[in-house]
Design a protein around this ligand. Structure first.
Ligand code: URA
Length: 214
C-alpha cells in the first residue's frame, strides 16, 4: 500500500515548497522545523493504520468510551537524516519505544557506493509494528538494509515505511524486496541522478538539517 500525501492538496504542500526551495532551505532551523511538521502529519496518517481497542475514561461528568492504540508502534529511524522526523513521530506516538540504525554511503568512485550499516540500538521487535523512517527514499537500498539489520532483534508483524520524498525507483525496489511493507510519503519524485540523489528532490537532507559532513 502506498499513501502519497501530495495526491491531495493540503498544508503539506506549503512545507514541501519551503523545504525544496534552494534559498529557503538554507535556513537550517526552518528546514528542521518543516521536516518535523511533515513528520507529525505523516504520524497522524500512520495512526490510521494501527489497531485500536476501546477504553473507558472517567471524565469529571461521566464515563466515556474512547478507542486507543492497543499496541504502540516502535519508531525506528535511519541515522542521521531520520532524527528530526523521529522526533516528529515521537511527538504523536509518545508512548512508543525507539530503534536507531546508521546507514551511510561509502563511495568507491564517483557515483559508486556501497551502503554500510554500522550501528544499531533496538528493543525487541518480534511481532511489533515498526515505523521505519528515512526522509529520502532514494534507491531503497538503505531502507532494506536497515530492515534486515533490525530483524536481528525480532521480526516485526507489520512494517510501515515513512519518508518525506520517495523516488519512483525506490518505491519499485521496496515493493520488490519488502512487499508486505506499506509506504507513506509526502511526495514521490520521478528521477535519481548519477549520484543516486532524488530529482528534483531537495538535496542532502542530513546536510541541510545538521551541516555538511566530511
Ligand atoms: N539522501 C538525501 O539526503 N538526498 C537524496 O536525494 C538521496 C539520499
Amino acid at each position: 500500500m502506498l499513501i502519497n500525501l501530495s495526491e491531495k492538496n493540503s498544508i503539506v504542500q506549503h512545507f514541501l515548497a519551503q523545504i525544496r526551495d534552494k534559498e529557503i532551505q538554507k535556513d537550517a532551523l526552518r528546514f528542521r522545523k518543516n521536516l518535523f511538521r511533515i513528520a507529525q502529519i505523516l504520524a497522524y496518517e500512520v495512526s490510521k493504520q494501527l489497531n485500536y481497542e476501546t477504553k473507558t475514561v472517567t471524565t469529571p461528568l461521566a464515563n466515556a468510551e474512547v478507542n486507543v492504540i492497543n499496541n504502540q508502534p516502535i519508531v525506528c529511524s535511519i541515522l542521521r537524516a531520520g532524527l528530526i522526523m523521529h522526533e516528529g513521530f515521537l511527538d504523536f506516538f509518545d508512548q512508543s519505544d525507539s530503534a536507531f540504525v546508521s546507514a551511510y554511503r561509502k563511495h568507491s568512485a564517483p557515483g559508486e557506493f556501497e551502503i554500510v550499516v554500522e550501528y544499531m540500538a533496538s528493543p525487541n521487535l518480534q511481532d511489533k509494528t515498526v515505523i521505519l523512517i528515512d526522509p529520502m527514499l532514494a534507491t531503497g537500498r538503505s531502507m532494506y538494509l536497515a530492515y534486515q539489520a533490525i530483524c536481528k532483534h525480532g521480526v516485526p508483524a507489520k512494517v510501515i515505511i515513512a519518508s518525506l520524498i520517495a523516488s519512483e525507483q525506490g518505491l519499485v525496489y521496496i515493493n520488490r524486496f519488502m512487499p508486505k511493507a506499506s509506504i507513506i510519503t509526502a511526495a514521490v519524485d520521478k528521477d535519481l541522478n548519477e549520484n543516486s540523489y532524488i530529482v528534483p528532490g531537495l538535496g542532502d537532507a542530513g546536510d541541510l538539517a545538521y551541516g555538511i559532513k566530511m
